[in-house]
Design a protein around this ligand. Structure first.
Ligand code: UT7
Length: 325
């Protein structure tokens, strides 16, 4: 591993499809209410991709915005990683389609499947690859069209998810140029014994189809806070930093109660925790970069800040990454 390299965030961007689906609208088609959804999840509305929009379209919009904020062009990028559970096609990778839409012909592109933890997995993967000289400027993207795999008659799942995309541009710099900026440490975890608590009931090999989301919500909830605390505390330990030094926690946006429970367990004050789940629901791998972009755009996250990304989801998978902005 090349210890003289630090991978620095150069820009972020995100994209939400235009169509807003409110809780009130959902309550007309399934037995639920705005009040129940807000009280149990904090979600007020979600976005739904247009019929002719695919995950790679959402990803490309977010990528273009991230490139703009980085002051770079697609030509500068030599690594594209897309974290998604809802790829355009079984193959090729959605990352290859994004590459094509952006006109990138060099470097490597591939997808990562770690469900809701996908963006954290993708960031840690890009960091590792670049420290091994396999890429100099990466686009790390989380993009999903979750609404395509929902059972709209199952009120325990269809109220929870939405569509969207977020992207981050990372550049490998010599340590003396990067200063203390960049990705500091990551922890990735999974435990496949829990696969049947959050899954799709079909797939290319199992059913030659797509399948719909199935979930034991209470079981996911029960594990989430402890798993998140485990990796976040691990990253603090690995990096020699402490919770007191943290400026921002950017959590996976699945449920406001899980986010607040994790913050409390870790001793992070609520005003340092970014919450955007009210506006886009659970967008799986897109949720962390959507929250990140919101907090960068409204000037909460500033240069020099210490920022912790964390997520937990199907698999189960979970992970955290600490970045000096
Ligand atoms: O990235 C990870 C992705 N997954 C998650 O983050 C999900 C984690 N889990 C959760 O967020 C919560 O478990 C839910 C929001 C899914 C459910 O909240 P809960 O407080 O755990 O509710 P519950 O499952 O214990 O259900 C309470 C009641 C049940 O009725 P009974 O059995 O008490 O009569 C449900 O049938 O609420 C009922 N219920 C609903 N009521 C109105 C379930 N879904 C709905 C609904 N509207 N949409």
């Amino acid at each position: 591993m090349n210890h003289s390299i630090r991978n620095v965030v150069r820009g972020v961007g995100s994209y939400l499809p235009e169509r807003i689906l409110t809780n009130f609208e959902l309550a007309k088609t399934v037995d639920t209410s705005h009040e129940w959804i807000v009280q149990r999840t904090g979600i007020e509305e979600r976005r739904v991709a247009a019929d002719d929009q695919t995950t790679s379209d959402l990803a490309t919009h977010a990528a273009n915005r991230a490139l703009k904020s980085a002051g770079m062009s697609p030509n500068d990028i030599d690594l594209v990683i897309v974290a998604t559970t809802t790829p355009d096609r079984t193959f090729p990778a959605t990352a290859a389609l994004v590459q094509d839409k952006l006109g990138i012909t060099k470097g490597a592109a591939f997808d990562i499947q770690a469900v809701c933890s996908g963006f954290v997995y993708a960031t840690a993967t890009a960091d590792s690859l670049m420290k091994n000289n396999l890429g100099t400027r990466a686009l790390v993207i989380g993009a999903e069209t979750c609404t395509r795999i929902l059972d709209w008659e199952d009120r325990t799942t269809c109220i929870l998810f939405g569509d969207g995309a977020g992207a981050m541009v990372i550049e490998a710099l010599p340590v003396d140029e990067a200063g203390d900026q960049g990705i500091i440490a990551s922890r990735l975890r999974s435990d496949g014994r829990h696969w049947d608590k959050l899954y799709t009931d079909g797939g290319p090999s199992l059913t030659r189809g797509l399948g719909k989301v199935r979930m034991e919500g209470r079981e996911v909830f029960r594990h989430a806070v402890g798993m998140v605390a485990d990796v976040v505390e691990g990253v603090f330990a690995d990096s020699g930093t402490s919770v007191e030094e943290l400026d921002w926690l950017v959590p996976h946006q699945a449920n406001r109660r899980i986010i607040e429970g994790s913050g409390k367990r870790l001793g992070i004050p609520a005003e340092k925790v970014i919450i955007t789940v009210d506006k886009h629901a659970n967008t799986s791998a897109a949720s962390v970069p959507l929250a990140l972009d919101t907090a960068v755009a409204d000037n909460r996250i500033k240069k020099g800040d210490l920022v912790m990304l964390e997520a937990m989801g199907g698999g189960f998978t979970w992970g955290a990454t600490l970045i000096r902005w």
